[in-house]
Write a protein that binds this ligand. Structure first.
Ligand code: ADP
Ligand code: ASP
Ligand code: MG
Length: 480
């Protein structure tokens, strides 16, 4: 388990630094990956106190959610197949990486999780329903299995480690499927639960993605939420740094799946990272940065497949670096909603009512534009939310629409939102011109445009089918 890890020095503070390390699904995707990650943990545990957060093995969460959904549609076969696969993938890690005594301890725990999966799916297929609350318990079972295994792999190679269920650490509200952490309560609970583990000199291996309400009911932090688990724990434990290990060398100038020539950014600011993740850069869960910003805890993005690469540092803005565009991101599955108050309602009251409804429905708005003269408000939402938005608006404005005081909301599907980001775009003239000229040269039609006065980003909507070309054209224009 020898891994080449280039020394990344955490500033000395007269004590061992505390680093929260999160490993994503691809980093723990199979037996070889698990072994590599255990090597990274062993190496760093020599110099720092670690709290480790793990995701489910790659693909497991998707598999669990699909099984629950099929079961709730009455399919009694599908989840039986998933049960085999779930058992097989985790069993293989157990058989290949654990000592005999660890296997004896871990096998019954894995069997217990598989049987939890089976009982839940059997229940869903019987009642033909899966509630968000039950889905959270089921969809985060993968994290319980991977944390159990990772702790046992480490113990098998002589490193003290204990698996800890985040339902015992992270306290959240009861917004199942997308819960928000209650940081003060998490601070108290996590400190208390982890102190004896750390005193024993063991590395806590915490399940990512899940938390629990005050009453102890399991919740999840939204898809991709283990990044968020990492920074929540980093913030409440006052970590010196947070390292998010993934499958790319760091945050890149664009999604490498869209732009093969995208480059690694050595450093970005918290605000740039927030913009990137909010607008679809999958490398970070959209809320990852929020818990650590005030405390100014640095977050590093590193590649578990290439640990000697330093990665990207996310921290407070430094003011260094050239002015201009830093990165481009996009949300490719979005819809534009247009609603008009005609002359029955002022623009302000139309906008106030619409945004209040979006807030109540917890719908994220990707961009919005107004045309005050016509009282027309246009905004973009994720495709996943558009049906709900349309129904909510139609209900709220039912009478106005019925009496023809205003038209029903119009939906334009198959739209992508492209966002050009850079903390130092502010005050640099000509960037919007160059962006749109590059799109013009590629004959890409722009459907809507928005730029805030903070000048941190320029957003615009194009047809979904144009997104790759749009991002590539702008990436080329600014020679990122
Ligand atoms: P993990 O399993 O480690 O959580 P994810 O798949 O959630 O990993 O996120 C990493 C992926 O994010 C990368 O493989 C990459 O394809 C994608 N990605 C999208 N935009 C960016 C970007 N700007 N920089 C780096 N990676 C990005
Ligand atoms: N396993 C969860 C998911 O796939 C959380 C994560 O990987 O961050 O969404
Ligand atoms: Mg992720």
């Amino acid at each position: 388990m020898n891994v080449m890890v280039k020394e990344h020095l955490v500033p000395a503070k007269g004590r061992r630094p505390l680093i929260v390390m999160k490993f994503g699904g691809t980093s723990v995707g199979n037996t070889e990956c698990m072994e590599r990650v255990a090597g990274i943990i062993c190496e760093h545990a020599k110099r720092a106190d670690l709290v480790v957060v793990v995701s489910a093995m790659g693909g497991v969460t998707d598999m669990l959610i699909r099984a629950a959904t099929e079961a709730s549609h009455g399919d009694r076969q599908h989840w039986r197949g998933v049960r085999q696969e779930l058992a097989r993938r985790h069993r293989e890690v157990n058989d290949r990486l654990l000592s005999a005594s660890e296997q004896a301890k871990v096998l019954p725990r894995l069997a217990e999780q598989v049987s939890n999966f089976e009982n839940l799916c059997s229940g869903f297929s019987m009642v033909r329903e899966v509630t968000p609350r039950a889905m959270d318990t089921l969809s985060s079972l993968g994290e319980v299995m991977s944390a159990t295994l990772m702790a046992a792999i480490l113990r098998s190679s002589g490193v003290a480690a204990e698996a800890v269920d985040a339902t015992e650490l992270v306290v959240t509200d009861d917004h199942f499927g997308n819960a928000a952490p209650l940081l003060d309560e998490t601070h108290a609970k996590a400190g208390q639960r982890l102190a004896p583990v750390r005193r024993r000199g063991a590395v806590p291996i915490v399940t990512g993605f899940r938390g629990a309400t005050r009453d102890g009911v399991c919740t999840t932090l939204g898809r991709g939420g283990s990044d968020y688990s990492g920074t929540i724990l980093g913030a409440v434990l006052d970590a010196d740094e947070i390292w998010i290990w993934t499958d790319v060398d760091g945050v890149m100038t664009a999604d490498p799946r869209l732009v093969p020539g995208a480059c690694i950014l050595p450093e970005i600011s918290y605000r740039e990272a927030i913009e990137l993740s909010f607008f679809g850069a999958k490398v970070l869960h959209p809320k990852t940065i929020l818990p650590v910003m005030k405390k100014k805890i640095p977050v590093w993005i590193k590649n578990s497949f290439n640990p000697s690469c330093p990665g990207t540092k996310i921290g407070p803005a430094t003011g260094d670096g050239p002015p201009g565009v830093k990165a481009i991101t996009s949300v490719s599955k979005a819809s534009l909603v247009t609603i008009s108050g005609r002359d029955t309602m002022s623009f302000a009251s139309l906008a106030a009512k619409v945004f209040e409804l979006l807030d109540l429905e917890q719908v994220a708005t990707l961009m919005s534009t107004q045309s005050s003269a016509d009282n027309v408000l246009c905004f973009a939402v994720h495709d996943a939310d558009v049906k709900r938005v349309k129904a909510t608006l139609e209900r709220a404005f039912e009478l106005e629409i019925l009496h023809d005081y205003m038209p029903p909301p119009e939906i334009m599907p198959h739209v992508a939102i492209v966002v050009v980001i850079g903390e130092k775009m502010k005050g640099t003239p000509g960037l919007a011109g160059r962006t749109f000229a590059a799109l013009g040269r590629s004959s890409i039609n722009i459907i809507a445009i928005a730029q805030g006065s903070a000048e941190l980003s320029i957003s615009f909507a194009v047809k979904s089918s144009d997104v790759k070309e749009a991002v590539t054209a702008i990436h080329g224009e600014f020679q990122l």
